[in-house]
Design a protein around this ligand. Structure first.
Ligand code: FAD
Length: 575
């Protein structure tokens, strides 16, 4: 070997591995680069698999982003499929590979080794899980098996309410299957706060998906070796001829661990700033590796495509040249579409921020994704999580329709640069009525956070126990009648426009919470009371709308507008 022409071997040929290989070639024309992939395909679009199952992507070939022929022709990269790397000899700097078709093993020497073996779906050790009709979804082979089973299937049970489970449930419905979705936590997308995913629950039910929350799969009932039902922990029996397990992934770290490479606290392969393991000639990227998580600075696994591609690219460059920029932090920026509703997060939820030890708070804003007077405005709920005192933005969650992705990405950009709510308030964002508002929902959230930090309108969270407080609901009486503020009887209703004239009905010495429908009128009411000598006044963040979601209350029948009797999924209400 010479410094300029190393042999770079890569384990795994999809997101991280393919990115690493292509970048290594762009940095070194001379390097010998070989990808070993145990499956039959490399560089395929895992993220597109659910949409192929549902027919939104109709051409299977489109899922194959770069085939071995292209790697060979354009990049002079050798791709060996059906080759499983089974061990690493760090002293000899070689790997042993099993040719899965020929059944033989052989060795290859490396100067640099890049591990991108990803993660495998978790399969819970429950009775019957081996039955025909039980699937996981990770690669094209899985997809082909599921696609082959779908035409004969009528009832599907999806286990797991993460994004793979949600997307697949949606696509199964699209294909006309009866679908039940089972999630052990009391909510789907458990890394978001409860109230921010409730619209997803409603959307799922509205579209005929049976939701089983707070319930896990206990066994698979089978007949003649075929799954016929999923049996849940509470005994519920869900008939099924197709069961998809989407309960999480386990990083493929055995190869690294057996070679003596260090694992981190999250049981991913430990890496430094350049994605090197504790062996400087071995890199680890993607779902098997640990990254620095932006909000906390802690090392953890973030099994998402973006970080896998970016770290693969950096490791490829570093392996080829000995130099690269350091790997950026990951923020867990993720998004899911479930029928008409989109939800996502970047950074930390409020729950996660507090668990991580931050003195964190959050504001909710419910607003239109573009100017309300321009046709087609869609309601969106935002929850901005920040640190008390510094105002540092720790994360944002968004739920709605169009424009959710834009708000997540703006905050992902802001947090990358360590921004505060004050920075967010100052951003000069593009605006014309079809695209946004002169004061974007993100500006509104930043203003609300600033008002809290400045003591102008302090917030309490929507699930707060109202009973110890004097609670003033500033909605109109007909609104209160239609949707009373949940879980407290002792609420004083004074419509906002009468508040100044009826102050004598309130006790200015009592801690007071002001509520309305979405938080805007209550903010105005908070300011009126504060300027009339009320000592301790809070705005109920997100108001009735978010309280309904946070306490998991279903809207009363009078608000039900759907044919199935399920509350309308667009029940995000705007003042
Ligand atoms: P992978 O892309 O999984 O590639 C690892 C490869 O290594 C595999 O092909 C495996 O066969 C191979 N391998 C493992 N061990 C060996 C060995 N010993 N020898 C040889 N080869 C080996 N992320 C998002 O950000 N957004 C999404 O919308 C999204 N949707 C997804 C939908 C689905 C259905 C799935 C399955 C994943 C989705 N992801 C999404 C996650 C994203 O695809 C992964 O985070 C990303 O692919 C990880 O890249 P990786 O290179 O680490 O692993």
């Amino acid at each position: 070997m010479t410094d300029s022409a190393p042999t770079i071997l890569i384990v795994g040929g999809v997101a991280g591995g393919a990115s690493a290989a292509a970048r290594a070639r762009r940095m070194s024309e001379d390097a010998r680069i070989v990808i070993f992939e145990r499956d039959s395909y490399v560089s395929f679009a895992n993220c597109g698999l659910p949409y192929y199952l549902g027919g939104e992507i109709s051409d299977r070939d489109k899922l194959l982003i770069a085939k071995p022929e292209l790697f060979a022709r354009r990049f002079h990269i050798e791709v060996r499929t059906r080759q499983e790397v089974i061990s690493i000899d760090r002293q000899a700097k070689s790997i042993t590979i099993r040719d899965l078709d020929a059944g033989r093993t052989y060795r290859e020497s490396y100067d640099k080794l890049i591990l991108a073996p990803g993660a495998d779906p978790l399969v819970p050790p429950i009775p019957g899980v081996e039955a025909a009709g039980v699937f996981t979804l990770r690669n094209l082979e899985d997809t082909d098996r599921i696609a082959a089973a779908m035409p004969d299937a009528r009832q599907a049970v999806v286990i797991g309410g993460g994004y793979i489970g949600l997307e697949t449930a949606e696509q199964f419905r699209r294909k006309g299957l009866d679908v039940a979705l089972v999630e052990m936590q009391p909510q789907v997308m458990p890394f978001l706060d409860r109230e921010m995913v409730e619209p997803l629950h409603r959307q799922l039910e509205y579209n005929g998906v049976r939701l089983e929350l707070g319930n896990g799969i206990a066994s698979v009932e089978q007949r003649d070796g075929r799954a016929v039902a999923a049996v849940l922990a509470d005994g519920t029996r869900l008939p099924a001829d197709l069961i998809l397990l989407g309960v999480g992934v386990r990083p493929n770290v055995a190869l690294a661990e057996e070679a003596g490479l260090e694992l981190g606290a999250g049981r991913g392969i430990a890496t430094d700033d350049y994605m090197r393991t504790n062996d400087p000639d071995i890199y680890a990227v993607g779902d098997a590796a640990e990254y620095t998580f932006g909000s906390t600075g802690a090392k953890m696994r973030v099994p998402l495509a973006g970080p896998a591609n970016r770290t693969g690219r950096l490791a490829g460059e570093h392996a080829a040249t000995g130099r690269s920029r350091p790997a950026p932090a990951a923020w867990g920026t993720s998004i899911v579409r479930v029928f008409g509703t989109t939800a996502g997060i970047t950074g930390l939820s409020l729950r996660a921020a507090r668990e991580a030890g931050f003195e964190a708070n959050a504001v909710h804003v419910i607003a239109n994704h573009h100017a309300g007077y321009y046709p087609g405005a869609q309601a969106m709920a935002l929850k901005l999580v920040f640190e008390e005192g510094s105002g540092k933005v720790l994360g944002v969650q968004a739920c709605g329709g169009d424009g959710v992705d834009k708000r997540l990405d703006i905050v992902a950009t802001l947090t990358h640069f360590g921004g505060t709510v004050h920075d967010l308030a100052e951003l000069d964002l593009a605006y014309a009525p079809p695209f946004g508002s002169a004061k974007d929902p993100l500006h509104m959230a930043a203003f609300a956070a600033e008002n809290h930090l400045d003591g102008l309108a302090r917030v309490v969270q929507p699930d707060v126990d109202l009973c110890p407080y004097q609670t003033v609901d500033v909605r109109e009486p007909y609104e209160v009648k239609a949707l009373p503020l949940a879980e407290c009887d002792d609420i004083i209703n004074i419509p906002l426009d009468q508040l100044r004239d009826r102050l004598d009905e309130l006790d200015p010495a009592r801690p007071t919470i002001v509520a309305c429908r979405s938080g805007l009128r209550s903010y105005l009411g908070t300011r009126i009371l504060a300027q009339h000598g009320f000592k301790e006044v809070y705005n109920l963040s997100g108001a009735t709308a978010m309280r309904e979601f946070a306490l998991n209350r279903r809207l009363p029948a009078s608000r039900v507008t759907t044919p199935t009797g399920v509350p309308a999924p667009d029940a995000i209400m705007i003042d």
